[in-house]
Design a protein around this ligand. Structure first.
Ligand code: GZL
Ligand code: ZN
Length: 327
């Protein structure tokens, strides 16, 4: 009797170990044949970000053969790294990363590469010594966005000998902040009369934008331009200006330059409260899907793909343009 029992136990053990399949290859398809996309999103800090998330949800639907796993990191890099490790454990087919800041991604991207999972970077950029760690990046040319704003400032304030600028930045270390700040710095280097009175980060949110603007106004009464690196912070600054009963926009006084051109931002531009607004297009879902299609077809997508972006002035924008906006 003893001999048979041992044999039976042995058979059971062998059959169990076999059921795990080949543990180091991504599953070709998951249970219901869907392509599983793990998406690590910065957060939900702004209208822009929420539109960006919507674009991804609308693109990667079950009907189109996808399963989207979305993780919101509340603007914390360590939460994004944990999300990527979870995607690797789950053996997703593709990872999409919208990196909160540019530095510190190589170790976790190396783990994804070792697991054979392609990574697509979207929106902001990463700094890496090893470009093989990601398949493709799609996003904005943030420095060009800054340049567009500065071109408008040079034209608009040509006669002013001195231009006193308050600079509200986004998340420090994010590509959007780095590029838009570089654009302004190039303008300051070119225009001897431009003075940056004060600089602080509003973290791309409306609440922080209001707080920072209140501080700016408590320290400086004579500000000609607020160079504000997204619409949500600009909305906060407008609240602060209203509470301080200070003139701004078409009423004269301080002029606001902003970025994103979200619907709320363009409503303020149409109302004359924001003088100039540089578009930052969040609708990256279809672009990311196009990259995944190329990878699935065995083609090599372009490493870098910038999206075309426009700009709107209070003087030129129309109601039709605002109503036509997709986000
Ligand atoms: C820009 C994006 C920025 C937006 C902000 O592509 O990274 O982050 O300008 C958002 O609104 O928070
Ligand atoms: Zn942009």
């Amino acid at each position: 009797m003893k001999k048979w029992t041992t044999l039976l136990v042995l058979l059971v053990l062998v059959s169990c170990s076999g059921s795990g399949g080949d543990r180091d290859e991504p599953e070709a398809e998951n249970a219901d044949g869907l392509i599983v996309v793990g998406f690590s999103q910065v957060g939900a800090e702004s209208d822009w970000r929420r539109a960006n998330t919507r674009s991804m949800r609308e693109t990667f639907t079950k009907e189109k053969g996808y399963k989207l796993i979305l993780k919101d990191a509340q603007q914390k890099q360590e939460a994004q790294i944990a999300a990527l490790r979870e995607f690797i454990r789950k053996k997703v087919h593709y990872i999409v990363l919208a990196p909160v800041t540019e530095q510190g991604w190589d170790p976790v991207l190396q783990e994804a590469k070792s697991a054979g999972i392609p990574v697509i970077i979207m929106d902001r950029m990463i700094r890496t010594a090893d470009p093989s760690l990601f398949s493709s990046w799609v996003g904005s040319d943030f420095r060009k966005e800054g340049g567009t704003a500065v071109d408008w400032m040079e034209k608009t304030f040509r006669e002013k000998d001195v231009l006193r600028i308050a600079h509200m930045t986004g998340n420090l270390g994010s590509s959007a902040q780095i590029g838009r700040t570089e654009g302004l710095q190039e303008g300051v280097d070119r225009n001897v009369g431009w003075k940056i009175l004060v600089r602080d980060s509003g973290d791309f949110t409306q609440v922080k934008g209001k707080e920072v603007m209140e501080r700016f106004l408590s320290e400086y009464r004579e500000i000609d331009v607020l160079y504000c690196e997204n619409d949500d912070m600009a909305l906060g600054a407008i609240q602060a200006l209203r509470e301080a009963h200070l003139p701004f926009g078409s009423a004269g006084g301080l002029k606001i330059v902003s970025f994103d051109a979200t619907r709320a931002g363009l409503e303020q531009t149409l109302a004359g409260n924001i003088a100039f607004n540089v578009e930052c297009n969040p609708l990256h879902g279809p672009r990311v899907e196009n990259i995944i299609r190329q990878l699935r077809a065995g083609r090599t997508p372009s490493k870098i793909a910038y999206v075309e972006e426009a700009a709107f002035s209070a003087a030129g924008i129309t109601r039709e343009e605002v109503d036509a906006r997709a986000y």
